[in-house]
Design a protein around this ligand. Structure first.
Ligand code: UDX
Ligand code: UDX
Ligand code: ADP
Length: 459
């Protein structure tokens, strides 16, 4: 059995590494048009940081796991082809700002249609709007070849930072296929791959559309929990309640459950916002405005959370941050990843720069190039507005905080809990402010040192 995966990103890379690691009898080839990325997958410095991933990759690479830019060869040789390319939100034309841009998916489907010489199972791994499998099928069949294609939906539920754990012991694997004999056979082939290590009862099979919709719904529900607790955090700040106490109290109800109730400066990542907007666009497309508005509110709440965090910083610093050094600790969208896509830090830094602050950034895994690119993409550095020189990226947190008016925590990296806050306090300007956007620090202890400390949803 040979598997090919098109797209060596945050999803394709780790997922295929795990399949190869668990299935000695399957040859897995990951292809990508990005030469730099493929070279990195073949080096000691993998292109993405994920705890435990190095070992999984090293175990299989060169044996039954290969990374290459030879896309056509990979496609031609494979029995099963995963499509795991990026599906960003459209930035132009119809559906701009909401609909998924499927051009990369379509290019893959056309490529497969062109080069395939025998029957293939094509698996959509990327998160996609409902009924994309249908478009893929039509493109494949449109090539008019005598060979047969089966299109499956197999959404990935791994979370970044815990990708290896999630792949090793998933809550479930979801496989959607066509309701036909050929469809069942294709589903079974993919079930057999996962059954190498996932208990059979955790492998769910559905029709294609249920599978596609389940992925969007799962992410919408998870994001909705965060926006819900974040909405309550603002009310906590107004009333003197403590959002962590409220979250704990409601989370003990088994119907609610304790997970995903951590109030924060807002959710980020490549999936949540994109998938909700996809859902909203779908609902509008099908003439369901009330459903669309319901889900869109989750994104509005998230934007509000980021905006009000910056406003609070400005208000607390005597209504101006102009010319003030603000130290930002954490730029990744969550801990244990170098991924910054849709990170709340991007928007917080942009807005601080618009308030003319001097922003000093430290993140243990995000480099200067990524920070500047991200800030540029959201229009922080309009031509010649000089904002670029107000951003500096540090390798050492203690350098970043030196002479700062305020420290702002934007990612919940464990190392931020361990910093020497007395040392930080001593090198900052006074009053020394600290804004914990992740509620990871002990505010009482910080206040004892002398900080003016505040968190999210804290009295
Ligand atoms: C998410 C889904 O969890 C995963 O199942 C899906 O496959 C892809 O999208 P990911 O975006 O990698 O995974 O990370 P996740 O842990 O879900 O966190 C998303 C964002 O929500 C992060 O910015 C995180 O900091 C934030 N978050 C999460 C909170 O603010 N509070 C929480 O309680 C949980
Ligand atoms: C609710 C809370 O569950 C309880 O903790 C609180 O003390 C009082 O309010 P109650 O209103 O008695 O209890 O019943 P509940 O089981 O929560 O159902 C409320 C409504 O939601 C019912 O109309 C029920 O039919 C409906 N419901 C519940 C659904 O439509 N779907 C569900 O999955 C669950
Ligand atoms: P995800 O988080 O969904 O994995 P990434 O952006 O990290 O998304 O990865 C997607 C990868 O897909 C990128 O490395 C990109 O170069 C690759 N890709 C996009 N289009 C094609 C294509 N037509 N053929 C091969 N690779 C592609």
């Amino acid at each position: 059995m040979k598997i090919c995966c098109i797209g060596a990103g945050y999803v394709g890379g780790p997922t295929m590494a795990m399949i190869a690691h668990k299935c000695d009898d399957i040859q897995v080839t990951v292809v990508d048009i990005n030469e730099k990325r493929i070279a990195a997958w073949n080096s000691d410095e993998l292109p993405i940081f994920e705890p435990g991933l190095d070992d999984v990759v090293k175990h299989a690479r060169g044996k039954n796991l290969f990374f290459t830019t030879e896309v056509d060869k990979g496609i031609r040789e494979a029995d099963i082809i995963f499509i795991s390319v990026n599906t960003p939100t459209k930035t132009y034309g119809v559906g701009a700002g909401k609909a998924a841009d499927l051009k990369y998916i379509e290019l893959c489907a056309r490529r497969i249609a062109e080069v395939a010489e025998d029957d293939k199972i094509v698996v959509e791994k990327s998160t996609l709007p409902v009924r994309t499998a249908e478009s893929i099928r039509r493109i494949l069949e449109g090539a008019g070849k005598s060979i047969k294609f089966q299109v499956l939906s197999n959404p990935e539920f791994l979370a970044e930072g815990t990708a290896v754990e999630d792949l090793e012991a998933p809550d479930r694997v979801l496989i959607g296929g066509e309701d036909s004999e050929a469809g069942d056979k294709a589903v079974q082939a993919l079930v057999d791959v996962y059954a190498h290590w996932v208990p059979r009862e955790r492998i769910l099979t559905t029709n294609v559309w249920s599978s596609e919709l389940s992925k969007l719904t799962a992410n919408a529900f998870l994001a909705q929990r965060i926006s819900s607790i974040n909405a309550i955090s603002e009310l906590c700040e107004a009333t003197g309640a403590d959002v962590d106490q409220v979250a704990h109290a409601i989370g003990t109800d088994s119907r609610v459950g304790p997970k995903f109730l951590k109030s924060s400066v807002g959710f980020g990542g490549s999936c949540f916002q994109k998938d909700i907007l996809n859902l909203v666009y779908l609902c509008e497309h099908f003439g369901l405005p009330e459903v669309a508005a319901y889900w869109e509110q989750v994104v509005h709440m998230n934007d509000h959370q980021k905006e009000r965090f910056v406003k609070r910083i400005v208000r607390t610093l005597f209504n101006t941050v102009s010319g003030k050094k603000i130290a930002v600790l954490g730029f990744a969208f969550k801990k244990d990843t170098n991924d910054t896509r849709e990170s709340p830090a991007i928007y917080v830094c942009r807005d601080l720069l618009r308030e003319h602050a001097q922003v000093a950034i430290y993140d243990p895994k995000v480099n200067e190039e990524s920070v500047l690119r991200d800030l540029e993409e959201v229009g922080t550095f309009e031509p010649d507005n000089g904002k670029r020189k107000h951003v500096s990226v540090y390798q050492d947190p203690y350098e970043a905080v030196k002479d700062a008016h305020a420290v702002v925590i934007l990612t919940e990296w464990d190392e931020f809990r361990e910093l020497d806050y007395q040392r930080i306090f001593d090198t900052m300007l006074k009053p020394a402010f600290i804004f914990d956007g992740r509620n990871i620090l002990d505010l009482k202890e910080l206040r004892k040192i002398g900080f003016e400390a505040s968190g999210i949803g804290k009295p």
